[in-house]
Ligand binder design. Structure first.
Ligand code: HEM
Ligand SMILES: *[C@@H]1O[C@H](CO)[C@@H](O)[C@H](O)[C@H]1NC(C)=O
Ligand SMILES: *[C@@H]1O[C@H](CO)[C@@H](O)[C@H](O)[C@H]1NC(C)=O
Length: 395
């Protein structure tokens, strides 16, 4: 990160509070991103110029199925090289993903994945055909291991367990996701918690360099929640969402080959036909109650730490040392503390602390932490991360 970055960030934050017109949207009315409820038609057009077009060799696709699908349907540039503005507004319009979360995700993408602070790739570094090699273009989302892209994702492999391939779906993990869906919709009614626990346990048991620092912990928890809260079809018959196995295959880039076998195609994520986004944006408010439920089901999945260079060597961080006494290993799970800690991590553990908190709070309650009765946490002692080999080996 250069010293120029904070200024760039600040400017882009000013600009995202404005309403933009997107001429390419046929069915979706332009709106101010800050509106909490989507007023435009919720059925997402996947025909005509928004029909699925698979990525070509030069198009970039990466770890986020939702961003890949937006590019495949030409809601984002098909190249996968996008602006921070597009990344903040379009996932909100098409997926019903809260602007608080898009701002958070884009801040991370901008700081860690962008070269110029304005553009970034949703996959690896952009090819010279797209961006002159003389300009530094940034590593893209795939190149953000431990700064954004995290271990124990719902379907993607851990960076060190898969030779640096942190962006492709791994079939055993997808099978576990399907099993938790119990043929249809089981993920929504609690199965995602089972899957999250399984993915965490799998990383502990298979990745000697599993790193589960506070940021990675929160991000991989959230991506699991996105599967059941943002990917399902909220058509009029299913106001609480419906996630069929068939839609999971589509959303995660599978197709049926000539022999009738399902085949995974990297980067081919699609929005299903007849898919409706959520009636109300998914924001940190809904996420909070779901994180509490997860904490009740399995505290270990909300306890920062990591493996020590061998499998099954998970060593939790001492919470009192990590948080300067704001929490202890015991109080982390009392009252609202689990969500307090997660949201303070999002605010504090960001590259530029002031800007990050401004960004996250912009989408919601400024006094959320007060309402929850959170202990004050002034800082995270990040030097504690250094004893974990999976952190030192960061990208
Ligand atoms: C706003 C811009 C967005 C950016 C920059 C972004 C970026 C990312 C990144 C870097 C990851 C990898 C995280 C990890 O390794 O755990 C990821 C994963 C994921 N994202 Fe996004 N994302 C965005 C929007 C969305 C939206 C709108 C959804 C809607 C569902 C979404 C759903 C997911 C899911 C489900 C995963 C986990 C993938 C898996 O392992 O199966 N993201 N995203
Ligand atoms: C799976 O679905 C069946 C049939 O609907 C139901 O009886 C069973 O309890 C479900 N299992 C889980 C783990 O949800
Ligand atoms: C947790 O948050 C809720 C909702 O804001 C609040 O009503 C409750 O008092 C909080 N609990 C504690 C122990 O502070």
């Amino acid at each position: 990160m250069t010293t120029m970055k904070p200024t760039t960030l600040f400017l882009s934050f000013l600009s995202i509070s404005l309403a933009y017109a997107f001429p390419s949207f046929d069915q979706i009315q332009p709106k101010t991103p800050a509106l909490p409820t989507l007023l435009a038609p919720r059925r997402i057009d996947v025909s005509g110029k928004h029909a699925f077009v698979p990525p070509s060799a030069d198009d970039m696709r990466g770890p986020c199925p939702a961003m890949n699908a937006l590019a495949n349907h030409n809601y984002l540039p098909h190249s996968g090289y996008i602006t921070v503005e597009e990344g903040t507004t379009i996932p909100n319009l098409v997926w019903g993903f809260g602007v608080d979360f898009t701002e958070l995700a884009i801040l991370l993408a901008q700081v860690y994945g962008s070269g110029d602070g304005v553009h970034f790739s949703i996959g690896g570094p952009p090819p010279p055909s797209l961006v002159p090699a003389s300009l530094f273009d940034g590593q893209g989302l795939s190149g953000t291991h431990n700064t954004f892209e995290a271990d124990s994702s719902p379907t993607r492999g851990d960076y060190y367990a898969f030779n640096g391939n942190n962006h492709d779906l791994q079939k055993p993990f997808f099978k576990s996701l399907l099993a938790a869906n119990n043929n249809s919709n089981g993920l929504i009614s609690g199965g995602i918690i089972d899957h999250r626990i399984e993915r965490y346990d799998n990383s502990v048991a298979t990745n000697p360099y599993f790193f589960f620092g506070p940021d990675s912990m929160v991000i991989s928890t959230l991506t699991h929640l996105f599967v059941t809260n943002v990917l399902p079809n909220f058509d009029p018959a299913h106001p609480d969402g419906y996630l069929s196995d068939e839609d999971l295959y589509t959303l995660y880039g599978f197709s049926i080959d000539n022999d009738g076998n399902l085949q995974y195609n990297t980067g081919h994520e699609r929005i299903p036909e007849g898919w409706y986004r959520r009636p109300v944006d998914y924001t940190h408010v809904q996420a909070a109650s779901q994180i509490i439920a997860l904490g009740k089901a399995a505290q270990r999945t909300l306890t920062p730490g990591g493996n020590m260079g061998e499998v099954n060597s998970f060593t939790p961080m001492d919470m009192a040392k990590l948080t300067d006494g704001a929490y202890t290993d015991k109080t982390l799970f009392e009252g609202n503390n689990t969500i307090c800690f997660c949201f303070q991590v999002l605010q504090l553990a960001m590259p530029s602390q002031v800007l990050a908190s401004a960004a996250f709070v912009a989408g919601g309650d400024t006094d959320l932490l007060q309402k929850w009765g959170c202990p004050q946490m002034k800082k995270l002692n990040e030097e504690m991360y250094n004893k974990y080999p999976g952190y030192k080996k960061r990208y």
